[in-house]
Write a new protein. Structure first.
Length: 350
């Protein structure tokens, strides 16, 4: 089979099946809309429970930073527990919703991409014959991703507490604390992103092979070990495309913000929101392209460029088959060498 580029095949699959990109955007944006709605509902309900006295209202009406700060400190006094409990409940509900939505969305997109990339092995299952109920294993993987994110947040808090011992009230050294915090934060980010990517990759093998969570993780590690170069190429090219999209989006956002003093501020904010939504749509599309590239690697391994060096062509001497060694001695018993009828050379010589 002709060699293919998994990255180009991923772009081609996303362009030929635009419904997959639309489905990816729908479930992600639906979850984001629910999250923002829940956040604003929590904020409004929390602010509604805060008592505001006449003295606080008078201080707020002065618009003086010092007086406004004192009023806010008096209003928010004793409300931290309610805010923390409400935020914890909202985060728990949103996490459960994300686990369900991510499991359903990943199962749908991976199944469609598996049907788009048929296997090279004719003895394998035909397209469409896939494990019918991968929801439990996908939910387990997504639960692990949520737990991993919570662990990363706790690790950031622990790192901040740890580096705080390098600075005290008697000898404050905030610069040293910040320098010590940077490498710890970098290690936490690298570990979180790597493990989260591996858990996301394992979802492919849950849908394709019907593996459970641990089996899918083992299959993902094996897949990564066997196709490290191709996987790295897909991740690199889609990552560069993501970087380009981010650069274009930040440049486009700065344009309406530059005219916020001249144009109506509502129009400028609307332009920023539109550019942000367009950027998120491109990011979701690139995520689907990367997923399609991984599935192309898994389904058509024989069509990928081989990393092993091609055997050297045989030389001219090797192309000529070696014949039997030439006889350099004379057989004195050979009758044809004798001029005596029926005699031998040995008798003549004797």
């Amino acid at each position: 089979m002709a060699r293919v580029s998994p990255t180009l095949e991923g772009f081609r699959a996303s362009l030929r099946r635009p419904s997959l990109t639309f489905a990816e955007i729908v479930w992600r944006w639906t979850l984001g809309a629910v999250g923002w709605t829940l956040f604003f509902f929590w904020l409004i309900e929390f602010l509604d429970t805060l008592p505001v006295s006449k003295g606080d209202a008078a201080l707020l009406s002065t618009r003086q930073p010092m007086l406004v700060g004192r009023a806010l400190a008096h209003i928010l006094r004793g409300s931290l527990n309610r805010a923390a409990i409400a935020a914890l409940l909202a985060t728990l509900a949103l996490s459960l919703l994300w686990i369900v939505a991510a499991s359903v969305g990943r199962a749908v997109t991976v199944r469609a991409l598996l049907e788009y990339f048929p296997k090279d092995d004719i003895s394998a299952q035909p397209p469409g014959v896939i494990e019918p109920r991968p929801w439990r294993a996908l939910a387990a993987l997504n639960f692990l991703r949520v737990a991993l994110t919570l662990s990363a947040i706790l690790a950031f808090v622990g790192a901040a507490v740890l580096v705080s011992f390098s600075s005290s009230d008697a000898n404050p050294r905030p610069g040293l604390s910040f320098i010590l915090f940077l490498p710890l934060a970098g290690l936490i980010c690298v570990a979180w992103s790597t493990l989260n990517w591996l858990l996301s990759l394992a979802g492919i093998f849950v849908v394709r092979d019907g593996e459970d969570a641990l089996g899918a993780l083992s299959a993902a590690v094996t897949f990564l070990r066997q196709h490290l170069g191709a996987v790295f190429a897909v991740s690199t090219w889609t990552g560069l495309a993501h970087l380009v999209a981010f650069s274009v989006a930040t440049t486009a956002v700065s344009v309406p913000l530059a005219f916020i003093q001249i144009a109506p501020w509502r129009l400028a904010i609307a332009g920023v929101i539109l550019v942000t939504l367009a950027y998120f749509a491109v990011v979701d599309w690139l995520y689907l392209v990367r997923l399609a590239g991984y599935i192309c690697i898994a389904e058509t391994p024989d069509a990928l460029p081989s990393s092993e060096p091609a055997p050297a062509p045989p030389s001219t001497r090797q192309q000529l088959a070696p014949g039997p060694p030439a006889q350099t001695t004379i057989d004195r018993d050979e009758p044809i060498l004798s001029d005596l009828p029926g005699g031998s050379l040995s008798l003549a010589l004797s």
